[in-house]
Design a binder for this molecule. Structure first.
Ligand code: UDX
Length: 475
């Protein structure tokens, strides 16, 4: 008999508890209706829970109550409208109402990078927990979901202790989330694991009841969702460790891309070849312009800052390298653009004045309208700074991109973006770009030169259509 390693953990025994509101299933609230909170609120109503979403932003709440999702996330609109109509879901700016309603309150507010350093800004966590705690009139469970520095749950527990009478017995737990933009609905309804950090049997039971809908759905689909019950610190660390691992995997393959560039290798074939080893795996091994978005970049920085505070800074020093490799990919695209356009680079970088460049893609990845820390938009800004006349098109992200970087020229179609350009840079791997016809596009441009910043184009097809093609980490 072979014993699998690591040994599978038996499903923990979970005590049954009655929600303090007297309802048969815990009523759940989500504080903060950004990407995380809005998606969770809507999906938990879909799972059958009575849900209230809270936010201080009256505009956002009015939109959600009117059936309008403030973000682009496939499938979410329909679920929002269906659950509003079913009466299981509503949104409010009233914290008193939120406190009265809920048995389990999930804290889903943002934890952005601090303006004055690499650490996480916890002011939204503090504000939401304090205002909620001050209005609680019965026992409840406050559960952190936001990504936070390890130690935050203990601090939240102290805050709650300060603002609620001891006899209410309000408790705290931590349960990180792992949703990916573009797949958020499925990631919430069908997560690949649930992690809970708890200190009491009651919190464990209440949190299990608040996730039972997820386990039940899995059972009807003949799946299992593993549950990891752990302490506060581990629960907090799971999230940042997972993101640090993903970021490292991407930077690893991008480091290989640099070596391929220096030696004439092809990183796409290298990635395929090593990815067949199941210990390595082929996912998150796509070399290109690197990672961006609202999580990976800020999370690896906040993780390093926190480790430093804890005296474990040495252990995460490699994450600084991971960050640098990631950022170097952006300047590499600038360099490739200059090479293709025959421009020399000086100490201040290349001079691209007098050139016209199409940038296809602004979002940090496809199937989202999110441009936060988007490598594509950062490169578009670099090209503009180098003097190029930059024309940007993105299927969903133009509005957000225009707000973030107003000095660029934004176009309504691929055709408008590429017409009369000397160079096309594909910087987000939208299907529209991957499937674009190089022959048809070739008729529109002034010069057939393309930088494939995501290694997402069929290089042979583009070359056959007369394009001078450059990928990242490819000969
Ligand atoms: C990430 C984590 O995946 C998710 O679990 C966590 O909860 C939040 O952060 P997200 O920010 O939605 O999710 O994006 P993800 O799909 O992870 O992609 C992050 C970035 O890495 C994107 O810019 C993407 O283009 C890039 N990436 C991803 C690569 O460059 N190569 C890859 O192989 C994979």
């Amino acid at each position: 008999m072979t014993i699998p390693y690591p040994n599978p953990q038996p499903m923990p025994v979970i005590p049954a508890v009655t929600p303090p509101s007297g309802a048969s299933r815990p009523r759940v609230t989500f504080l903060g209706t950004g990407y995380l909170g809005a998606t969770y609120a809507i999906c938990y109503a879909e799972l059958g829970y009575e849900v209230l979403g809270f936010d201080v932003d009256a505009d956002k709440i009015a939109k959600l109550n009117a059936g309008e999702v403030p973000i682009h996330e496939p499938g979410l609109d329909e679920l929002l409208r269906r659950n509003l109509a079913a009466g299981r879901l509503r949104f409010s700016t009233d914290i008193g109402e939120t406190a009265d309603f809920g048995d389990v309150h999930f804290i889903c507010v943002g934890t952005p990078q601090r303006a004055d350093g690499m650490g996480a800004d916890l002011s939204y966590v503090e504000a939401s927990v304090t205002s909620l705690a001050q209005r609680l009139t019965r026992k409840a469970l406050i559960v952190g979901k936001s990504t936070v520095p390890v130690g935050t749950a203990e601090w939240v527990e102290q805050l709650v202790g300060k603002h609620t009478p001891t006899d209410l017995g309000v408790e705290v737990a931590w349960s990180p989330e792992f949703l990916q933009e573009g797949f958020a609905v499925d990631d919430v309804l069908r997560p690949n694991r649930i992690v809970v950090g708890v200190k009491s049997e009651w919190a464990n039971g209440m949190l299990y009841a608040a996730h039972k809908g997820v386990f039940d759905l899995a059972a009807t689909e003949d799946r299992e969702v593993p549950l990891v019950v752990t302490d506060f610190a581990t629960a907090e660390l799971v999230k940042v460790a997972a993101n640090a691992f993903l970021a490292t995997k991407i930077s690893f393959i991008n480091a290989m891309a640099e070596v391929c560039e220096a030696s004439g290798g092809d990183v796409t074939q290298l990635a395929r070849a090593i990815g067949y080893d199941p210990r390595i795996g082929n996912r998150f091994l796509q070399a290109g312009l690197g990672f961006g978005g609202a999580c990976l970049p800020k999370d690896i920085r906040a993780f390093q800052a926190r480790a430093q505070e804890l005296g474990a800074g040495e252990a995460l020093r490699f994450l600084h390298e991971v960050d640098l490799i990631n950022l170097r990919r952006r300047t590499r695209v600038l360099q490739l653009a200059a090479d293709l356009l025959g421009r020399r680079s000086g100490p201040a970088g290349p001079d691209l004045s007098g050139t016209r460049i199409a940038v296809l893609g602004a979002t940090f990845k496809p199937n989202t309208d999110d441009v936060r820390d988007a490598p594509a938009l950062a490169v578009a800004a670099l090209l503009h700074k180098a003097g190029a006349d930059v024309h940007v098109f993105d299927p969903q992200g133009v509005e957000n991109a225009r707000r973030a970087v107003p000095e660029l020229q934004y176009e309504a179609t691929i055709t408008d973006a590429v017409t009369d350009t000397d160079l096309v840079c594909v910087l987000t791997e939208w299907a529209d770009f991957r499937n674009a016809d190089p022959v048809a596009l070739g008729e529109l441009v002034a010069g057939r030169r393309v930088v494939d910043g995501r290694n997402c184009l069929d290089a042979a097809l583009w070359t056959q259509a007369g394009w001078e093609y450059r990928g990242l980490g490819r000969p």
